[in-house]
Design a protein around this ligand. Sequence first.
Ligand SMILES: *Cc1c(COP(=O)(O)O)cnc(C)c1O
Length: 390
Amino acid sequence: MEYKNPETIAIRTQSERTQHQEHSVPVYLTSSFVFDDAEDMRASFAEEKQRNIYSRYTNPNCAELVEKMCLLEGAEAGTTFATGMSAIFSTFAALLNSGDHVLSARSIFGNTHTLFTKYFPKWNISHTYFNVKSLEDLEGLIRPETKILYVESPTNPATDIVDLEMLATLSRKHNLIFIVDNCFATPYLQQPIKFGAAIVIHSATKLLDGQGRVMGGIAVGKADLIDTVYRFARITGPALSPFNAWTLSKSLETLAVRVEKHCENALQLAIRLEKHPKIQQVRYPFLPSHPQYELAQKQMRLGGNIVTIEVIGGLESGRAFLDAIEMCSLTANLGDTRTIVSHPASTTHGKLSTEERQQVGIMDGLIRVSVGLEHIEDIVQDIEKALVSI
Ligand SMILES: *Cc1c(COP(=O)(O)O)cnc(C)c1O
């Protein structure tokens, strides 16, 4: 049977049962798979048949995760990785040649930025950053050697919304591969392929697992591009462990209910904090005061789980706020059941100057809240109490 609704797809897409008729899929913790005879082995290596050979190539748990994610994202094909970063690195490394150029939003995950700035030059791959707030100038930045257009939306931590349909149209016109890191939205909230993206990448470590347990990465999209990425990955070896793939496939069964509740809590928190005297600004894509509220409504089902607040008093207040927090976690992850608070200006973006930070929308008093699934009153209380002490 084919299902249309994401809740049902995520629950009912399963590997075939074994002879044991298990209800829940087993973990295939095996490094390799056996052949019937010499002819079976020859034909398998010649790729005349599709079957599992070795878990660096494929594994039933990884295949199940890929199938689910393809259905959820509306993609033709996909492949899994040990982490989000290995998905990002492998995708770029497989699709780019020496001399190619990447056009990327400046507001991207910190380690992806380091990949572009520190490592790509070693292979003669250049990049240009654009500000997601001035997309009108984007076409002028495209060069003959530009091959990939890359964005995240909503951006981290400013929650800017990038117009995916507009960028997909531009990519088609200039023959660029449009890649979206959809980690902050998940396919439940946003399906970039529907707007014309060629590849969607995820750090499955975040909301897809959603319980702070395992790391993982996935890339889905056009079959010919994914095949190129898969062939690079199976040689270079950033394979997802079968156990982590099993965990992530189980996590997806609850993606819809989790993300609904994350977004409900996040919107509540944003509304409750918007008028707080110690807060200069609250940004949340589904707050009517968000500058791109309408675009967010167009391309997302709900606003996501990240709320950013700017406390008065800058750097010092930001640090004092973290010290006064009791329940919410101070940790590097996001998209967990547990609410997480972080202060980018003194941590992830601490090496930049105040001016450089402002260019990417990170004010000195900005706090990123990854809203979890605790009772909303407990989250609000913890944050309001911490605000008293700044
Ligand atoms: C965390 C993150 C990554 C990297 O994923 P890992 O699983 O930590 O390697 C990439 N992109 C975004 C937007 C992220 O938040």
